[in-house]
Design a protein around this ligand. Structure first.
Ligand SMILES: NC(=O)c1ccc[n+]([C@@H]2O[C@H](COP(=O)([O-])OP(=O)(O)OC[C@H]3O[C@@H](n4cnc5c(N)ncnc54)[C@H](O)[C@@H]3O)[C@@H](O)[C@H]2O)c1
Length: 308
């Protein structure tokens, strides 16, 4: 067991990936504060962890507000005496193209993912610093935050923001021995169940069958449990030297993402006027255009499903 004696909070852990993280952290010996807005699934998650011999307590409250973040940390300390690990996983989607996105769609997604991550990590970092705990902050990003995705303005803003905050926290928390990393998961959950491209994999998973190797290997798309091992590893003492990273995992695939870096650097004395750019720009800009969006290989014919 890698996490004996540790105490963890996992937000949004009533179902999906968060539930798998909470179960794996508990299996590795950590006591877990389960959190969700859905009381039923939060209770079921605690019952499942306890039935497997683990320790867990539920906090039913929405992440976003500071009060919830403080309640989560307080519950960990009051119930289990300390806090070592925070996984910010809670999330919602409100997908639509930019020109159809309402203020409410934007605010809701940014509030849960971005503000929820900020308030929870701030509360955990305050506790860890004050109590000299060499803690582990694990924030959940997304391929959309790294690359952009059609119909996900709000989600891209939140997830790119999370990756940006984590880089900053890795710097700010280093002296306290606290690590902060972004995990970029891909898995069959309620969130991905409706994406037609993944239909054959979701179908196999629902039947309790192994997912086709194309999904597990080529796409890095598997089950929630496939992601949980990385969460537990990053939460452990063994990962003390890993901070400020964005690490992707799914199915059989593990990836280390680069952080944005300039791909070309040119200088012009006196600076870059519009005229200078019109003259020299094409060679510098047009020849170095970067791609956006996720790149999916074509689905093999036998894995294609009719679109609903
Ligand atoms: N499924 C994927 O392939 C995938 C890919 C990239 C990123 N992610 C991210 O992983 C995380 C989990 O995704 P999932 O697919 O398991 O989703 P899910 O919808 O299955 O589970 C999310 C859970 O969060 C809870 N929740 C929603 N709002 C909340 C709030 N304000 N406070 C507390 N709990 C709240 C929901 O009730 C639900 O139980 C999300 O941050 C998501 O963006 C998922």
């Amino acid at each position: 067991m890698m996490l004996e004696g540790k105490v963890a909070i996992v937000t949004g852990s009533g179902r999906g990936l968060g539930l798998a993280y909470a179960q794996e952290l508990a299996r590795q010996g950590a006591a877990v504060v389960v959190n969700d807005v859905d009381e039923q699934v939060a209770g079921d998650a605690v019952a499942a962890i306890e039935a497997a011999g683990g320790r867990a307590v539920a906090v039913v409250a929405p992440v976003g507000p500071t009060e919830t973040a403080e309640l989560l940390v307080q519950t960990a300390v009051d119930t289990y005496g300390r806090l070592d690990i925070l996984v910010t996983n809670a999330g919602v989607l409100r997908d639509t193209v930019l020109w159809k996105m309402s203020d409410d769609d934007f605010d809701l997604v940014v509030n849960v993912h971005l503000r929820g991550t900020f308030t929870c990590v701030r509360a955990a970092a305050r506790y860890m610093r004050e109590n000299q705990v060499a803690g582990r902050i694990i924030c959940i990003g997304s391929p959309t935050g790294q690359r952009g995705n059609f119909g996900q303005t709000n989600y891209a803003a939140a997830k790119a923001g999370i990756a940006g905050m984590v880089r900053t926290w890795a710097l700010e928390l280093k002296r306290a021995g606290i690590t902060a990393n972004t995990v970029i998961p891909v898995a069959a959950t309620a969130m991905t169940a409706t994406v037609p491209y993944f239909a054959a994999a979701v179908e196999a998973d629902a039947k309790g069958e192994a997912m086709p190797p194309f999904f597990r290997h080529d796409l890095g798309f598997g089950t929630s449990a496939d992601v949980a091992g990385l969460i537990a590893y990053l939460a452990s003492d063994a990962a003390a030297g890993i901070s400020g990273q964005a690490i992707g995992v799914g199915g059989d695939r593990l990836q280390v993402w680069s952080h944005p870096e300039p791909v070309v650097t040119e200088y012009r004395e006196g600076g870059w006027t519009a005229e200078a750019l019109a003259e020299q720009g094409p060679a510098i800009l047009a020849e170095n255009l970067q791609s956006v969006g996720e790149r999916f290989p074509p689905l093999p014919e036998e894995l294609q499903r009719p679109q609903a």
